[in-house]
Design a protein around this ligand. Sequence first.
Ligand code: FAD
Length: 468
Amino acid sequence: SPIIMWFRRDLRLSDHSALNAAAQTGRPILPVFILDDLVQSLGAAPKWRLGLGLEAFGRSLSQAGSRLILRRGDALTVLQKLIADTAATAVYWSRAYDPEAVARDALIKSVLAKQGVKAKSFAGHLLFEPWTVANQAGQPFRVFTPMWRSVQDRDVAAPEAAPTIIAPSRWPASDNLADWNLSKEMNRGAAVVAPFVRPGESAAFETLHRFLERIPNYSRDRDRLDVQGTSDLSEYLSLGEIGLRVVWHAVQRAAMNGAKGADAYLRQLVWREFAYHLMYHTPHLLSANWKPDWNMFPWNTDANHPAVLAWRQARTGIPVVDAGLRQMFVTGRMHNRARMIVASYLTKHLMTHWKIGMNWFADCLIDWDPASNAMGWQWVAGSGPDASPFFRIFNPLTQQQKFDPDREYLMQWIAEGQADPAATALSYFQAVPRSWMLDPRADYPSPVVDLAVGRARALAAYEGRKNG
Ligand code: FAD
């Protein structure tokens, strides 16, 4: 009898513990992906990217003599129907850690167990399961550096190779991916955006290998907006198109060969683990101020406030802020430094609730990740664990002078005022909906808030919160 391998955010064949365990039983494997409410609730860009990922993953499974069966509906109902149709006696999956997925999976496990079907979950999305990491008092970490110290020398098992996948004697019916229309909400020019994206496991490996050549300069270049200094692996990690153990070991080897940036890179990977650790142990990270004393802060909570609209449409009049937001709208990615700058500007100069920014990122980022996004926003806003203090307000101008000294990043993304704008800068205007009425030949907008005024207002509100 076959084993159902329920793929979720683990669209790969190598370094896959659940798939390996299923293969080792010697039984046929039925790979399935389910479009349930949780998947439906993804933002526009991550959902579009998921569609590309599923297409690529379906092709890899076919090349391996298997198939990806697509089904839509409530996950438990879909699984029960597949079990009835195929006489499967087990369902395997890689664990998810966000509260809604945890609740869904726990319910499915208990119902299937009562029916005598073995539901087994495996590690795969993280290096360290959240319950295996604790501080000296046995409590979850709330500060990054001690967590980094506690895991940095741990043994990480070697990645597993892709197994041989035995096909079932009869394939159940599958939906057509095109009918799912996962690009429906991408209300931007797909022709403009698509060339920036390369989905799938082999593209992920190529991206890793190209990065390993640059890794000696990682510490020096990672904050530069105008240099390709980082790995660009986040979208692959988000969909599980590459396994973390693959990345960890490749980078460890680089470190042993004396590559200086390697340790700094492993540390960033552990920031991702920290985000998951926090989300798992304190799930309100996703939805409320992690530090409740921030509930009194007078955030603007109107997502349609004209200044917030200007921020979303990347016409705040602050070039580095607009450049970051335009890069995200067109490519689905944004440099980490730019993420911090645009988030600081929204939560401080515009005094707008971080959740409004978090939600926009969730709609636009192809590397969207619930834990890293929420932690990133709460870190910048000051309401999160181990956060940057609120009074540390980034000055976008000095940030730009420091991290884009020759204005190359700006030239790449801001068309207005340039005689011969770069194709990327123009692509923003092709990608935005017509209703935004943006024109690259128009004058560059003047600032929606004077930087000094915005800064003073934010600091006054912060002092008021402290004293009130
Ligand atoms: P690299 O510098 O090459 O880093 C390697 C990997 O480490 C990344 O792929 C990522 O998995 C992890 N990583 C690096 N920095 C962080 C960090 N600060 N927090 C958590 N993990 C990190 N990252 C996402 O993957 N998805 C998000 O939705 C997301 N939202 C963010 C929102 C804000 C406001 C901020 C400030 C940061 C956010 N980040 C998010 C973290 C970070 O910006 C991206 O992971 C990084 O820019 C991805 O580029 P890279 O893969 O080239 O990074």
